[in-house]
Design a protein around this ligand. Structure first.
Ligand code: SUG
Length: 448
């Protein structure tokens, strides 16, 4: 049976703005308060989806969330009509209004962790929504994420959904951004690689000093248990705390994997050699030949990796078995990174081509090509069971670009977030979107 890796990209929501909300994420902090362009952001994302579809990859779409999240503001004590809730929050607690307006659900690499059916005990594809509880603005995503994923992957014969882990820092879980799967073929049993930033229950593990480690070992272990993964099918590795302190807030800012290949920075992990040996051994037992490409710090410093998002790239397998790397424009702008990439593709290694995309609107909040996609490996039967409304086609691309052009603003500043009209605009747009993507009722305004 044929199998695929399907990339479901987050559609950027109409309230995309630069709120400076993510301590430890250099781009989010340094672009705080700049005017954003939600229309351009959404169109840039759609262009990437269309390009991948045109190259022959199966591409999906993941819907954005309802923002401002009036329900979140009500839970914090703001009362009255929806317009009054927003007005009071703007007057009394602007940072909370900004957080409740974030379009951060676009970075769907953080929506959930996904284990393909070949890896799980019950032979279903398992999803665990990420609690994202390190940041308030992200911690409010998972209830809607669960409903949207439930509407996309509804068939219980093939898909199993788990609620987010307990909402405490000890189980901080950031989803697929800290999870990679290696395999020979997408449909064969693979090895799932979980990367954590600290242990919540064992003080012997080192931890970063300056910025938070968002993912804990215990959260990663819980997800592996929930998904029914076997001991021989998992590897847990610790991120190097010193790179977290340099702005590597998720592992996908310093490493990316696909198939039998891990492409990573030399300084990405702790105990790198032992970890690579474990991956090699466990993959060999599954008939796969693990390879890694380590990028030396004297060619690309961690700072260059963080600025350019070299590793926040999409590593895709082409029909001829070679790999393609999708990188953001910022990689071309960095001479050291660009030179490295030239050498990488001219060598006889597995990565043969680099394609560059302009994702500046998302990049300015710390979200590159890999942040914008959730990978779901599916066999033919499972793909046929996915809600067809969310699979990208040329007509759907046209419909979605028309929808963005009709509903989105081309400038958004902090003061605009207090405008009650913005909430109405968003709800109108999202109501139409659920019909376009055939999702049914998934948003709080549709179900309450
Ligand atoms: O969680 N930025 C996101 C970026 C997530 C990137 N995802 C991956 N690496 N997979 C975050 O820090 C910034 C929002 C703001 O400041 O307005 C933000 O949430």
């Amino acid at each position: 049976m044929k199998s695929f890796e399907v990339n479901f990209d987050g559609l950027v929501g109409p309230t995309h703005n630069y709120g400076g909300l993510s301590f430890g994420n250099v781009a989010s902090q340094s672009n705080s308060q700049q005017a954003s362009n939600p229309k351009e952001a959404a169109l840039q994302g759609l262009e990437k989806m269309k390009a991948l579809m045109d190259m022959g990859f199966v591409q999906g779409v993941l819907a954005p969330q309802e923002r401002p999240d009036v329900g979140a503001l009500r839970s914090l004590g703001f009362a009255g009509t929806d317009a009054q809730v927003i007005e009071r929050a703007a007057k009394e607690a602007m940072p909370l209004l900004v957080a409740s307006c974030s379009a951060s659900s676009m970075w769907v690499a953080n929506a959930a962790t996904v284990s393909p059916s070949a890896d799980t005990a019950d032979g279903r594809v398992h999803f665990t929504a990420a609690n994202l509880n390190c940041k308030f603005h992200r911690s409010i995503e998972h209830p809607t994420t669960s409903r949207v994923l439930g509407a996309m992957f509804a068939d219980q014969q093939h898909f199993a959904h788990h609620a987010a882990l307990p909402a405490v820092a000890q189980f901080g879980d950031e989803g697929a951004a800290n999870h990679t799967r290696f395999c020979r073929d997408y449909g064969e049993a693979g090895v799932e690689f979980f990367v954590y930033g600290r242990s919540a229950f064992d003080s012997r593990y080192p931890a970063p000093q300056k910025y938070p480690a968002r993912q804990t070992l215990e959260a990663s272990q819980a997800v592996a248990r929930l998904h029914g993964l076997s001991e021989e099918g998992v590897v847990f590795a610790q991120q190097n705390p010193s790179v977290i302190d340099q702005g590597v807030f998720h592992n996908d800012v310093i490493a990316v994997g696909n198939g039998e290949l891990l492409f990573h920075h030399q300084d990405a992990f702790l105990n790198t050699e032992a970890m690579l040996d474990e991956l090699r051994r466990k993959l060999a037992a599954r008939g796969a030949q693990f390879q890694s490409i380590s990028v030396p710090r004297d060619q690309v410093a961690v700072e260059d990796a963080v600025r350019s998002y070299l590793f926040n790239s999409q590593l895709l397998s082409r029909a001829d078995g070679s790999m393609l790397l999708i990188v953001p424009e910022e990689c071309r702008a960095n001479p050291r990174v660009w030179q490295y990439l030239q050498g990488l593709t001219s060598a006889s290694g597995p990565i043969r081509e680099v394609k560059v995309f302009d994702l500046k609107q998302s990049m300015q909040n710390g979200g590159g090509p890999a942040c914008l996609r959730l990978r779901v490996a599916l066999n033919e039967t499972e793909l046929a069971a996915v809600n067809p409304g969310v699979i990208m086609t040329a007509p759907l691309y046209d419909t979605l670009t028309g929808w963005v052009n009709k509903h989105y603003r081309d400038a958004l500043r902090e003061s605009d977030l207090a405008d009650p009209q913005l909430l109405l605009e968003c709800r109108t747009a999202l109501d139409e979107l659920t019909q376009i993507l055939k999702l049914g009722s998934v948003y709080p305004f549709q179900i309450n």
